[in-house]
Design a protein around this ligand. Structure first.
Ligand SMILES: [Cu+2]
Length: 185
């Protein structure tokens, strides 16, 4: 039964496939239509990841007020399902120059200590604070976003359930609380 359910669309696809040339085109369309969930995150001068009010469902609680008077919700966890595609879009809200205040979003593999990772990252200024010797410990990361800039990365959520650490590797930001957990369940 299970196998048949799986096979039927495939058979229908094969039947509808006249020539060999059509196949790559069809695969491309399939990839394009695969659903991606976008999560809009804002990095503020308080060195926190925050979301707007409508991002409430992300497991937020605390309110963060910027010096400009804007109010956001602190983002601490992102819940996701194994294999899901997430687009993390990070915007930095700041009037400071990018050299003084920039943010990124770095997702670490399970079991990688974010505190030790951030110590290495601090020395990697020339590589946007991504330590080149530790790329094996990273699942995905964005570039650095200075004030007014937006960076993004699309990540396939790991199949293994667990709490994956993410953090900003701009010096001092992890220690100030710019971190969270991607909860895969
Ligand atoms: Cu930061």
């Amino acid at each position: 039964m299970h196998l048949l359910t799986y096979m039927l669309p495939l058979l229908a696809f094969l039947a509808g496939c006249g020539g060999g040339e059509q196949q790559p085109q069809s695969q491309e369309t399939q990839a394009q239509t695969q659903e991606i969930r976008t999560i809009d995150i804002i990095g503020v001068d308080q060195m926190k990841y925050v979301v707007k009010e409508e991002g409430k469902l992300l497991g937020t609680a605390e309110t963060i007020k910027t010096s400009g008077g804007d109010s956001y919700l602190l983002l601490q966890t992102i819940e996701a399902t194994p294999g899901e595609k997430l687009r993390i879009r990070l915007t930095t809200v700041s009037d400071l120059p990018a050299t003084a205040m920039g943010h990124n979003w770095v997702l670490l593999k399970l079991g990688i200590d974010p505190a030790s990772f951030t110590k290495e990252a601090m020395k990697a200024k020339s590589n946007e604070y991504i330590p080149e010797g530790r790329t094996d410990d990273v699942i995905a990361h964005t570039g650095l976003a200075g004030g007014g800039e937006t960076v993004e990365v699309t990540v396939t959520v790991p199949e293994k359930t667990g709490d994956y650490n993410y953090l900003c590797t701009f010096p001092g930001h992890f220690a100030a609380g710019m971190k969270g957990k991607l909860v895969v369940q």
